[in-house]
Ligand binder design. Structure first.
Ligand code: M6R
Length: 600
């Protein structure tokens, strides 16, 4: 149950388990709609027997409402075979019609149950669960991780994966399968990466992996560099709270060990020839949600430092609009989970067009780094809360490293200039810590605004993606209407939204710097105040010019402009977390969402 609890962030519409007992009797199963706690309460009253193998699942509903019946596992073969599934079986309707025609009776509305009945038929023919899985996997279209157990083979769990994550945990006299390593981290940190279109069979003392046609495969082994305590709340009231407090460390760890003895920058896993990187004439960042906002910040930094044009594209739009990419394009895929299907598909499309792909990712063994030409890992540690916080800061940090690496490689900056920016970057964890330590007034404001109906966020330059992220955090956590705007765009339309008392956060850029837009943002504040807005201003310490114009002013430590998002976003994360908590909402598991969106 600990494993399911740590995976619950991936989906919390329902949960279920099936246990195989050594006596070969029918499987024992329990499943309940709603969060895992419903299943736990049920099992506390009606425990399942101990078994030799078990499978468990938490669901983010795609096909069929989040009911007990649609919860996984799904049974077949008179209750002797159980299946759990992540992803979408796109040809399920055809397969279901075929099964119905042979008299199969369905108990749920899910696509998954099709796989259960097909497996049962294949198992009757082969008497071999792994071979049955291979036969079925070859017939399925779409994305799936499937796990199956059968009462006739009580010490075996078989899994298959295509376009959906699955990793193996290697224990002592026990082995595990999980969507990510947090499923088994309390038992082992040794793991195997599974590749695309592979079938795995585990017993208590063995692991065998093949492709979908039975050809043997040797999976790559890796060790997880964090332990179970990193995936616990550690005394905080929510994972999100804890993860905000982890931010200084996430940034520091992402910066750690990036320079070689000669002072040059190094990336983790660079399978791209330096000559190719020197010839890159365009960078396209593909990502979704918060990760895409990290990409927006990257655009400002990389273009400024490297003089390479950078486009930022929502991954789900990328391949459908026939983008211009070729062997001179570097596509940067940013993903905390490494399993976001929209981003995976963008990566594949980019590579098909001849582009090189560099992944910025927080999860070892995940699909995006495996399918990319180079990887820059963020070291934020496990992020459990659905709303991304520390991963965002780590992603921004990683894009700075990438920008500096390219500047070094292409000679856009002198080594001492790069060293100076690196020194400034290394000072950021302390500055972030200071924002967290002085967040009392932000929390107080958030609590006082628990009944707000709409909050707007304005930013300019790198403050624009910060505004977008502040609005996203508030929407997803507090279910309040929130919009982020480029401050300069206000007068082109959005200013019509400003009315008496409308709360507006304004991220004020640094007043230093040659092309500062500081004064223009101050003018924007005055424009909205003149129309009745309540202004909540985030500005850098020492910026006395803003004070008269903010109903509330929150100061963050002064930083070079391009690095400012690392501090200016933190009060907005805290604001959203605190306001949602004050509304009595579950900030770790907001409604309708899942941490990894593994369907397109
Ligand atoms: O795992 P990824 O970074 O690829 O996830 C992308 C988005 O789904 C994610 O950033 C999402 O927007 C955040 N959870 C929002 O807080």
């Amino acid at each position: 149950m600990g494993g399911l609890r740590r995976l619950e962030y991936r989906g919390y519409d329902s949960a279920g388990v099936a246990v195989v007992t050594a006596d070969g009797g029918p499987l024992a199963m329990a499943k309940k709609a709603g969060k895992l706690v419903n299943l736990e309460d049920y099992l506390a009253a009606q425990p399942l027997p101990l078994g030799t193998a078990a499978i468990g699942h938490t669901r983010w509903a795609t096909h069929g409402a989040p009911t007990d019946l649609n919860a996984h596992p799904h049974l077949a073969d008179r209750g002797r075979l159980a299946v759990i599934h992540n992803g979408i079986i796109e040809n399920f309707a055809v397969l279901k019609a075929e099964l119905l025609a042979t008299g199969v009776v369905f108990a749920s509305e899910t696509d998954t149950e099709v796989a259960a009945h097909l497996l049962a038929k294949a198992f009757v023919e082969t008497r071999d669960l792994a071979e049955a899985m291979r036969i079925v996997a070859r017939r399925l279209e779409g994305a799936f991780t499937l796990l199956a157990v059968h009462a006739n083979v009580p010490d075996v769990v078989v899994g298959a994966r295509r376009n959906s994550p699955l990793v193996v945990g290697l224990g002592d006299g026990e082995n595990f399968l999980g969507s990510d390593v947090s499923a088994f981290i309390e038992h082992t940190r040794d793991a195997l990466e599974l590749g695309q279109d592979q079938v795995v069979t585990i017993t208590s003392d063995g692991v065998a992996v093949t492709d979908f046609y039975g050809g043997a495969v040797t999976p790559r082994r890796f060790t997880v560099d964090w332990d179970a305590t990193a995936a616990e709340k550690g005394g905080f009231r929510s994972f999100m709270d804890k993860e905000i407090h982890d931010e200084p460390k996430a940034v520091a760890d992402t910066l750690l060990g990036r320079t070689d003895p000669a002072g040059g920058l190094i990336l983790d896993d660079l399978r791209i020839n330096e000559a190719v990187l020197r010839a890159v004439d365009k960078i396209v960042v593909v990502a979704c949600g918060t990760a895409a906002y990290a990409g927006h910040v990257a655009k400002y930094a990389i273009e400024h430092w490297c003089r390479i044009p950078v486009e930022v594209e929502l991954a789900h739009e990328f391949r459908y609009r026939d983008p211009v990419v070729n062997e001179k394009t570097l596509v940067v895929a940013i993903s905390q989970s490494g399993e976001t299907m929209d981003t995976i598909m963008a990566v594949r499309h980019a590579r098909e067009q001849g582009a090189k792909v560099l992944a910025i990712c927080n999860t070892y063994g995940s699909t995006i780094p495996r399918e990319s030409d180079a990887v820059l890992y963020t070291h934020a540690g496990p992020e459990i809360a659905v709303a991304s916080t520390k991963a965002f800061l780590a992603q921004i940090t990683a894009t700075y490293l990438l920008g500096l690496y390219l500047a070094q490689l292409r000679g856009n900056k002198f080594p001492d200039e790069i060293r100076e920016i690196l020194t400034q970057l290394h000072a950021m964890p302390d500055k972030i810590q200071s924002v967290i330590d002085h967040a009392g007034p932000v929390r107080e404001l958030a609590r006082s605004m628990r009944d707000a109906e709409s909050v707007l966020f304005l930013g300019r330059h790198v403050g624009f993606p910060v505004a977008l992220e502040g609005a996203l955090k508030l929407k997803e956590l507090a279910y309040i209407h929130a919009e982020g705007f480029a401050a300069g765009e206000l007068k082109h339309g959005p200013i019509a939204l400003i009315d008496e008392g409308q709360p507006v956060f304004v991220i004020v850029p640094s007043s230093s710097g040659r092309d500062s837009v500081h004064d223009k943002v101050i003018s924007n504040i005055q424009e909205i105040r003149a129309r009745g807005a309540r202004t909540m201003v985030i500005a850098e310490e020492g910026d006395t010019a803003v004070e008269p114009f903010g109903d509330d002013v929150f100061f963050v430590p002064a930083t070079p402009t391009l690095l400012a998002p690392l501090v200016s976003v933190v009060p907005l994360q805290i604001f959203a977390c605190e306001l949602a908590t004050a509304r009595g909402l579950d900030v770790d598991q907001p409604r309708n969402l899942a941490k990894s969106v593994t369907v397109e």
